[in-house]
Design a protein around this ligand. Sequence first.
Ligand code: OOG
Ligand code: NI
Length: 444
Amino acid sequence: MSAATFVSKDELRARFCSALSAMYRAEVPLYGDLIELVDDVNAETGIKPEDRLKVERHGAIRLGKPDELAMIARLFAQMGMEPVGYYDLSPVGVPVHATAFRPTARSSLAYNPFRVFTSLLLPELLEPELRAEVEAVLANRDIFQPEVRTLVAKSESDGGLVEADAALLVEKALDTFRWHDTALVTRDVYERMHEAHALVADIAAFKGPHINHLTPRVLDIDAAQEGMSRRGITPKTIIEGPPRRACEILLRQTSFQALTEPINFPGGGSTSGSHRARFGEIEQRGQALTRKGHALYLELMSKIPAAVDNASHQKALGKVFEAFPDTWEEIAAQALGYFEYALVGAAPSAPKALAELVRDGVVSQTPVTYEDFLPASAAGIFQSNLDSPDSPGKRSPSPPARNATREKFAALLPIKLRDSFALHEGIQESSIRKLEEQLGWKLP
Ligand code: OOG
Ligand code: NI
C-alpha cells in the first residue's frame, strides 16, 4: 500500500474533530448556543477571521485506568496527536494527572489544531475499600470498540489507513466519547464514589469517558464572558489565566457551568438520578513564555487573592501584571517569551544584534502562540464544574497525599511524553537558524 492512498493523519484528526463537534452539539444543545455567541463575538471584533477560526481548539476526557491511556495514546497517534506536557492536579484536590494530546508540527497545527486534554484517575488517592471497588469496575470495562483496536494496529503496521478504513475508524472511535445516560454501577456505588470526589463517579461510574467539553477559540473572551449571561448561558465565575493585555500571553479560558443531566441506574430500587459533567468552554491564546517568563507569570498569579467576581478578579490581575512587560520589545529584551523571526528587509553585510535588526525593520518578530494548558486554570475549570450548583461553597474534599509524578505518567504512555517549553523554543530556534543562513553570518 503506498502512502499516497492513505488518508493523512492531519486529515483524520480534522474529520474526527468535526464528527465529535457534531455529536456534542446534538448531545448538548447549550453548546450550540455557545458556538453562536462565539461566532457573533468573533464577527464583532472586526479582526479578519482566519479560515480555521470555526474549528474547535480542544476537548477533554477523563480516563480510569492505565490501559485506557495507553490505547487512547495509540489512537490519537494515528490522528497525528502526541502527548505534550504533564499536569498534576492532585495538589489542588482534583484526583487526576493529565497530558494533552496535540499536533506538534507547525503545518499540522495549521491544518487542524484539535487537541484533547486527557486526565487519568489517581486511584491511590482513594480509601482502600473504595479504591478496590473502583478498580474492579474499571477492570471490567472496555471503552473501545473492537474495530478501533484492529484499525489502530493496522494503521501502525501499514503506516496509515485507506479511505474506507479511515471512515470506519472515525465512526467507531467516536463511540468511546459518547454520553451514556445509564450508569454502569448501582445508585449505591455511584453515591459512594461521588461522596469521595465527584470526579471519581464521573470517571468510574459510566461505560466510557464521555467528552466533557469542547472549546472553540474566541477573539474577545471578555466580551464573550459578558455575552453568556445575556443569552441565558451561566458562565463560571471568573476568566482563568492572565489578564487582558496589549501583548496577550499564554491562555485565557472560561466556560459555562456543567449541566445537571438525568441519569438512570441499573438494578432495583430507585433508578433515576442526575449527574453533572458536561459543559462548554472558550479559549483565547497568546504568546508562549520561556521558563523565565513562566516563572514570572506564576509568581504574579500567586499574589492574586481568591476571586469574588470576575470584574474584581480582572482588576486585581491588571494591577499585579503591571510587573509583566507589555511590549514585544521588552518581552524579547528580557527573554520572557518565544518569538519567530524572519528576514523581511535587506540584510546588512556586517553582523548586528537581533534586537537592532528588528528595530530597523530588517527582521520581523512574531510571538509564538502557546499551544498547551495551565495547571491552575485547568484546576479552576475542573472545580467550577464539579461543585453541585445548589451548594457552590461545597468543595470536594482534597485527596490525602501526593502520589503523582511525571515519570510515573510518562511510563504509562507507549509514546514519548514531550516537553511544552522545548516545542515552543524549537520554533524560535529554527527560525533563528534559518535567519542566520539567509544573513550569511551568525547573530552576535
Ligand atoms: C479538563 C479541564 C481542563 C482546560 O482547558 O484547562 C481543561 C476536564 O474538566 O476534564 O480542559
Ligand atoms: Ni478545556
